[in-house]
Design a protein around this ligand. Structure first.
Ligand SMILES: Cc1cc2nc3c(=O)[nH]c(=O)nc-3n(C[C@H](O)[C@H](O)[C@H](O)COP(=O)(O)OP(=O)(O)OC[C@H]3O[C@@H](n4cnc5c(N)ncnc54)[C@H](O)[C@@H]3O)c2cc1C
Length: 291
């Protein structure tokens, strides 16, 4: 049986952190509530104080600076689809958002909630890690900035401290001739991913791959970079990327994956799918770079 809780409406991010520091484990930050409501109904979280972040409208904004874009923690997944400058600079985020759940969920679910829930299947994590995103965290002690890659510590475990909240996600302007793509597979389009993969490649003036990221989702306790798959790609001329090389990228990604079996599918199938998706993402990235 669920219990009632007290609804708190902070007027600033600092006040939200102070509330969390005051009420500790009895309080939760509530963004869109799409994860929390299910957990609360199941009795998986015990909430005495709900710190409702929805009034912090400045955290809904996507701010574009000269060299950096900051996506507010409360920006919805739907807003990634409609923000024109974001779609132009980082089309992979629009492509990810297009595949995220349903319009109803996308209108409410936030980027911050997706990351802070800390599940390995979070769709926004692989593309944002591939883009070398950083997260700005605020607590009563102050602000710190972390690479998103080191934000995830285990299933539903993040680097967030006790009274710390995510303020925004920052992405620096990408080098020229950089493309990032995202692939995902789920049982149905409303289901969370069985596996996902993002690939980001940069090529130099000779069209040689100078930098690579392959990031896998839902196949390890945290979103995972496949260093082996990245190494296979770096230093290769675009024109020399063969089907065999792409097969190798997929195989290496699968070998780095550490999936579990659960109600959605088996670990063996997840490994197979991670090979397919990493290969597909790399092939599509190479194709777009060659256009
Ligand atoms: C039907 C359905 C389909 C879904 N499909 C997908 C899908 O396709 N892909 C996918 O990735 N997810 C999916 N989800 C999961 C969910 O919608 C996302 O994870 C969503 O982005 C969570 O955001 P939220 O704002 O609703 O988070 P909330 O539920 O409000 O919060 C989630 C967690 O993050 C914490 N939190 C939220 N904001 C902050 C902050 N700023 N600072 C610190 N902590 C914070 C909360 O305390 C809580 O622990 C689905 C969920 C449902 C119900």
């Amino acid at each position: 049986m669920t219990r009632s809780f007290q609804h708190l409406r902070p007027e600033s991010p600092s006040e939200a952190c102070e509330m969390k520091a005051k009420h500790g484990d009895h309080a939760v930050f509530w963004a869109g509530g799409t994860d929390l409501l299910l957990q609360w109904r199941r009795g998986a979280v015990d909430i005495d104080y709900c710190i409702d972040l929805s009034g912090l409208t400045e955290l809904r904004q996507i701010k574009r600076g000269e060299n950096e874009t900051a996506i507010g923690a409360l920006a919805t997944i739907a807003s990634l689809q409609t923000d024109e400058s974001l779609g132009g600079d980082f089309p992979v985020l629009l492509e990810m958002a297009d595949r995220f759940a349903t319009p109803q969920i996308r209108n409410v679910a936030t980027v911050g909630g997706n990351l802070c829930h800390g599940v390995p299947s979070a769709d926004s994590a692989p593309p944002l890690i591939a883009l070398d995103a950083e997260v700005k965290l605020l607590s009563p002690i102050g602000v710190r900035i972390l690479p998103l890659e080191s934000f995830f510590e285990g299933p539903k475990e993040t680097a967030l401290g006790d009274a710390e909240m995510l303020v925004d996600v920052r992405i620096r302007r990408l080098p020229t001739r950089t493309v990032c793509t995202f692939e995902r597979m789920a049982r149905s389009y409303v289901d969370i991913a069985l596996a996902s993969a993002a690939c980001r490649l940069t090529v130099d003036a000779e069209s040689r791959i100078s930098d690579a990221r392959i990031v896998l989702g839902a196949v390890a306790p945290i979103p995972l970079r496949s260093a082996g798959a990245e190494e296979l790609l770096v230093g290769v001329l675009l024109a020399d990327v063969t089907a065999d090389l792409l097969d190798g990228v997929g195989e290496q990604a699968a070998s780095d994956a550490r999936p579990i079996s659960d109600v959605r599918t088996s670990a063996a199938y997840r490994k197979h799918v991670s090979a397919v998706l990493a290969r597909r993402a790399a092939a599509e990235t190479v194709r777009r770079l060659g256009e």
